[in-house]
Design a binder for this molecule. Sequence first.
Ligand code: HEM
Length: 407
Amino acid sequence: MSPVEVFPPSIPPHVPPELVVDFDFVHPKGAERDLFLALKRLHEGPDIFWTPRYGGHWVVTRGDDIRRILSDYETFSSEAVFIPRRERPRIVPLEVDPPEHMAYRKLIAPAFTPKAIAQWTDLARTLAIELIDGFYARGECEFMSEFAFQLPIIIFMKMCDLPLEDRPQLLRWVGMNIRPEKPGDEQESFRHMNEYIRNLMAQRRSQPGDDLVSQILHSEVFGRPLNDDEAFGLINGLLGGGLDTVASTMGWIARFLAQSPQHRRQLIEEPDLLWNAIEELLRRFSVPNIARVVAKDTVYKGVFMKKGEQVLLSACLHAMDEACFERPLDVDFRRRNARNHSTFSQGPHRCPGATLAVAELKIFLEEWLRRIPDFWIRPGECVETATGIVHGVKYLPLVWDPQASTS
Ligand code: HEM
């Protein structure tokens, strides 16, 4: 049993024995060597299987099925998108199905238009340069704490006008929910987030500003003011979405580029490839593990699934499926269908933060490679990774030669 497993193994009678695979998505076997390859091995088994872990849930391994299920909200509901289910007010709009979903989504949409995002990109670029300049002369940094968990987090905190000194504790609490390390981490995370968000709501109600939290709190839904649980669910969802995903993705990209001089060179010599390269890197290092709930008894591809059961949809299994992407483990910046990944999901819940995320990744790659065109993982050190709701990098020591000339 894994360190966070607290449920007795569970196999309902309608699950055929040949479809039972003991798979722990938080601790997949072989992940310490290569998380993505460890998950890729699921393609050797059934397209759909049941794991008794975390109270029992389905796992769908093929890209076409993952795409279809993410979009089919009538059969596969978003009422609980994390495994195991959490005891807390629902996350909004993430855990709301259409048609109700759209009413909530509209409340955050204005903050994510290209025009709104453009307001933040100059600041993101200045910040990226400052961060790199801060450690460049040392010839080394721990990439996650000194860059990835700084740049996108500070931008997000400024969007919400949160005090920057709250960054470490917020990251710790969000991390405990996203990649729990021991039993009780999710509950402890929720206790802290609950108190933090409720205090924030009280403060912004009495002293509103022009930040995203104040805008949410003073908006209306279905012709009435938002109630406390709805406002809490919206703010909680933004913190969860905004505080980890971009940083984790940056970590995987930096790890890959540190080991691939030819890809670094290609990005420097052919800057026009950058947009497609970002999509390709988002595909190859696809971080989210999301779930759906079977909305009604269903037979999907011959498998009987009962109402209320959860289905795990790991976006990287879509990304690594040969039936969807040729030579899926290769990183090919010229790949024609690189954008067809599910990293930002599919259907009505497709990530509204995608434009911001891509803009931040672009700024990172441009400013980093301009200053540090060659860098490596510090010899003798191991990169540490972990997974849960998001595949993350915990520790990434990078080195470079600060005397080398840059353009
Ligand atoms: C590389 C970075 C990111 C990735 C991989 C990512 C991934 C995702 C995925 C997979 C979903 C949909 C989940 C589902 O279908 O159940 C989602 C939804 C969402 N994301 Fe992101 N996200 C990223 C960045 C961001 C950022 C920067 C923000 C905000 C600042 C954000 C805010 C949201 C919100 C609010 C939703 C809920 C949308 C809805 O339910 O309609 N995301 N994201």
